[in-house]
Design a protein around this ligand. Structure first.
Ligand SMILES: N[C@@H](CCC(=O)N[C@@H](CS)C(=O)NCC(=O)O)C(=O)O
Length: 193
């Protein structure tokens, strides 16, 4: 079994989908959480100067959230079987990641961190409104987990977020009640983002 180290800050943010996939797959890994104050000192050690990054057993550092997710989805069977199902899983996850990307840029911009951050809350709201996402009947695919991780903080900000979206509310509940995810959620450290 390969040994992985996942690097991110001490928040859910972009890394939570990776942590959740590790939890459902039952894979142990090192969850390294950097402090914002230390970032300048660490930054040059990461490809693309950003996190999340997944350090592989041979020390190779893999960047980009979605590349890491697709790798984990292939390795631990969160993709569904047929290529068409994989494509479906990809487009749903890509759509959700656009929402998260807007949100994370806005979140850091609001807190005066990093670079290239633009306000994205309106785009995010529009994306959610326009979403036409139907979920296949697999036990747990990575787009289901992606949905939970990308919308958790917006949902905390606005508890009425799913009021007009019963399918999304049902999906939220299904993911949150999956036994391994429920176990993960109750044990993970609390973070407010
Ligand atoms: N394209 C990258 C973006 C990652 C990213 O921007 N991460 C932020 C944290 S949420 C970061 O590391 N920022 C540090 C910086 O901009 O100096 C991905 O999707 O993983």
């Amino acid at each position: 079994m390969p040994h992985y180290t996942l690097y991110y800050f001490n928040g859910r943010g972009r890394a939570e989908i990776c942590r959740m996939m590790f939890a459902v797959a039952g894979i142990a890994y090192d969850d390294r959480r950097l402090e914002f104050d230390d970032w300048e000192a660490y930054k040059n050690g990461f490809p693309g100067w950003c996190v999340p990054a997944l350090e592989m057993e041979d020390g190779y550092m893999m960047p980009e959230t979605m590349a890491i997710c697709r790798y984990l989805a292939r390795e631990y069977d969160f993709y569904g079987g047929a290529h068409l199902e994989m494509m479906r899983c990809d487009y749903i996850s890509d759509c959700l990641y656009e929402i998260m990307d807007d949100y994370m840029r806005y979140f850091h911009w609001q807190n005066g961190r990093f670079r290239n951050n633009t306000a994205g809350s309106e785009i995010m709201a529009k994306d959610i409104e326009c979403s036409d996402m139907r979920y296949p009947a697999y036990d747990m695919m990575w787009c289901d987990m992606m949905f939970y991780c990308c919308l958790e903080t917006p949902f905390m900000d606005d508890p009425a977020l799913f009021d007009n979206f019963p399918m999304l509310r049902a999906l939220w509940s299904r993911v949150g009640h999956h036994p391994r995810i429920f176990n993960y959620l109750t044990r993970r450290p609390y973070c407010d983002w």
